[in-house]
Design a protein around this ligand. Structure first.
Ligand code: HEM
Length: 240
């Protein structure tokens, strides 16, 4: 399943072997299929950047709806970075509430609400026999709201992701917005960093408020989990 991640060198070797054994026509067909693979990956990456922007919209919306949490995060950012400093990747580990904000936003609004796998072996899960080759649909949108996984699950609480001490584990398989395992999101790190830095800057510069044009915004699925209505917000300059 993970073979398409092979590099350019693999591809060149592959083409050489095919040409030697099967002639130029086969090489053309192979290139066609490889190009299709590459285009699919480029499409996925393009598609994935809209996931980052949806998540940033939801995070801004949640901050606007919860001004006291926005204030807590603002306090964390200003006391950690000092007035006006622009955060870099090295600062993110010192901003646990910013990281909690992204995790909590993706728990409540996972842009990809479900995921799928085809089983490679016979399995027994929770007493159910699942034969090899079964297509499984996994809905982590629903496990994100399961009280067994998250206490007070309907509430927006970025602080739930903060470790109390070094033995505390806040990883929770109830929420896996980037998937898991060999085919999990390869853009996770870059997407998280982009969102951490963008939200830090937004919170430093603006009070984010709900505009009178927006009442409660629900989500709806179009493949991706999108806002069902436009999110209208006000960004009011902070005096710093
Ligand atoms: C909020 C942002 C994002 C979310 C929530 C997200 C989520 C996901 C999920 C759930 C998958 C499927 C994982 C699985 O099947 O286990 C995936 C796959 C993928 N993502 Fe993302 N993604 C995001 C941003 C990005 C970005 C920015 C990039 C590119 C730079 C990217 C590149 C990819 C690629 C190439 C795959 C396919 C991996 C494979 O099939 O092996 N993603 N993503």
């Amino acid at each position: 399943m993970a073979q398409h991640r092979g590099g350019y060198r693999d591809l060149k070797d592959h083409l050489r072997v095919v040409k030697r054994n099967w002639g130029l026509f086969s090489v053309t067909i192979l290139i066609y299929y490889k190009l299709k693979d590459m285009l699919r990956e480029i499409f996925k990456i393009h598609f994935c950047f809209s996931q980052t922007s949806f998540t940033l919209s939801w995070a801004s919306y949640l901050l606007a709806r919860h001004p006291h949490i926005q204030q807590q995060i603002y306090t964390e950012v200003t006391t950690t970075l000092g007035p006006g400093a622009v955060a870099t990747a090295d600062d993110v580990s010192r901003l646990p509430l910013i990281r909690g904000l992204v995790k909590e936003t993706l728990r409540l609004f996972p842009v990809l609400p479900g995921n799928g796998r085809i089983t490679q072996d016979d399995l027994v899960v929770g007493g159910y026999f699942i034969p090899k080759g079964t297509q499984l649909a996994l809905c982590h949108y629903s496990t994100s709201f399961d009280e067994e996984n998250f206490h007070d699950s309907l509430n927006f609480q970025p602080s739930r992701w903060i470790r109390k001490d070094s033995t505390d584990r806040v990883d929770n398989f109830g929420s896996i917005p980037f998937g898991y395992g060999i085919r999990s999101c390869i853009g996770k790190r870059i997407a998280e960093l982009e969102m951490h830095l963008a939200l830090t800057r937004l919170i430093q510069k603006f009070h984010i408020c709900v505009s009178p044009l927006t009442s409660e915004v629900k989500s709806k699925t179009h493949g991706l989990l999108c806002p069902a209505d436009p999110i209208n917000l006000q960004f009011i300059d902070r005096e710093n």
